[in-house]
Ligand binder design. Structure first.
Ligand code: SAM
Length: 364
């Protein structure tokens, strides 16, 4: 490994900062040794803050109806080939009940932006899950809403919210989204979620069309500014019925390098080894954990609709990616020295309410 790469990695670990040039050097390097060293430093950082515990979140994908038309996403509204579904409250509660019996203590309710699920319905759903399982955390991931809606879900008992910012670069954002969506609104949402008191997660796809070193550097700068509790990154994978059907997917290597860099810059952040990472490579999730990730989100969606939540081609949702495969996942993790945590797994990043993030992309 070139000495300069080792020096950069050591410096990032020491200072928690990275320059654009350093980011380019680490991401453009094809040196396996530097990748191993980066993963080693990141893995040790995770162990220092979280021990060898991997947090599990049970993912319930409760609707694939979406009013948005993001160019990368398989459930975008213009995709006439998508077979649409909505789970009933009963089905969602039964999925959570199954998850509870399997050992999950966090449920992530994720869906497209589906207006059928009004604020009243979402609040009723959140209260019902919390009253069935008062010792569990509920995470919502249902897109951009008004502040009052976020407040209502929070008052109903929601603890956490995942909303990837997708890209911190305005020009890149325009390439990925139709004109009715705006980066400034996404940032407004993230800002309000954190002010309300949610444990908040942002994130982006690695290798989305048009992504450059510059856009990635802006992503890292935005994450620095937001100081979220979770950062969700996974490779972009094309879907055949989207405008990006012929684009190349993001790579395992770049995703792993970025996971490690994020871990070194944000030692206490929750970092999932995502489904997309497990989809592009059979060992993707395991490699993600060895590179500094400490969360996995097995799929608890009822099996008869699971394949319909197809964000990208080949999305893994069975085997060890599935909640039913928890035993196999646990064995796999044990082999690399990790174990599944049974507690709700709060982030160690403190919750700071009432703070605004006025800078960066929101002003562009
Ligand atoms: N509607 C909610 C939202 O907008 O945050 C949650 C659902 S959305 C489908 C969840 C995430 O899937 C997005 O934030 C995006 O990063 C990811 N995603 C969508 N299409 C993808 C693709 N082709 N490859 C990888 N990830 C994708």
């Amino acid at each position: 490994m070139a000495g300069v790469e080792r020096e950069i990695i050591d410096r990032i670990e020491k200072t928690g900062r990275i320059t654009k040039e350093e980011l380019s050097i680490l991401l453009l390097s094809s040196d396996d040794k530097s990748m191993d060293y980066l993963a080693k430093r990141a893995g040790e950082t995770t162990l220092r803050h979280y021990g060898n515990k991997i947090y599990i979140r049970g993912l319930i994908e409760f609707t694939n109806y979406c009013r948005n038309d993001c160019y990368y996403c398989g459930i975008r509204k213009s995709n006439r080939n998508a077979k649409r579904y909505r789970l009933s409250e009963e089905e969602i509660l039964s999925a959570a009940g199954l998850g509870y019996r399997l050992g999950f203590r966090t449920f992530v309710l994720q869906g497209g932006e589906d207006p059928w699920f009004t604020d009243e319905k979402i609040c009723a759903l959140v209260s019902a899950v919390k009253s069935d399982h008062p010792d569990c955390a509920v995470t919502l991931s249902i897109g951009e809403k008004k502040r009052d809606s976020y407040q209502a879900y929070f008052d109903a008992g929601a603890d956490r919210y995942l909303l990837r910012h997708e890209t911190a670069d305005e020009v890149h954002y325009r390439k990925l989204h139709p004109p009715d969506l705006a980066l400034s609104n996404r940032i407004r949402c993230l800002s309000e979620l954190k002010e309300i008191g949610y444990q908040t997660g942002c994130g982006f796809m690695v290798g989305s069309p048009g992504q450059t070193m510059e856009t990635l550097f802006l992503d890292l700068s935005l994450i620095q500014e937001l100081s979220p509790h979770m950062v969700g990154i996974g490779p972009f994978i094309p879907h055949k019925d989207t405008p990006f059907c012929r684009e190349a997917p993001g790579t395992l290597e770049r995703t792993l390098r970025l996971l490690s860099i994020i871990r070194l810059i944000h030692p206490k952040v929750l970092l999932p080894a995502t489904t997309a990472l497990g989809t592009i490579h059979p060992d993707g999730r395991k490699r993600g954990i060895l590179a500094g990730a400490n969360v996995v989100m097995p799929n608890l969606t009822p099996q008869h609709v699971r394949e319909k939540y197809e964000l990208y081609n080949g999305k893994a949702s069975f085997g060890e990616e599935a909640a039913e495969g928890l035993g196999a996942l646990s064995e796999e993790l044990k082999r690399i020295g990790y174990q599944i945590a049974v507690d709700i797994g709060d982030s160690k990043v403190p919750i700071v309410c009432g703070r605004r993030w006025p800078k960066i992309a929101a002003q562009k």
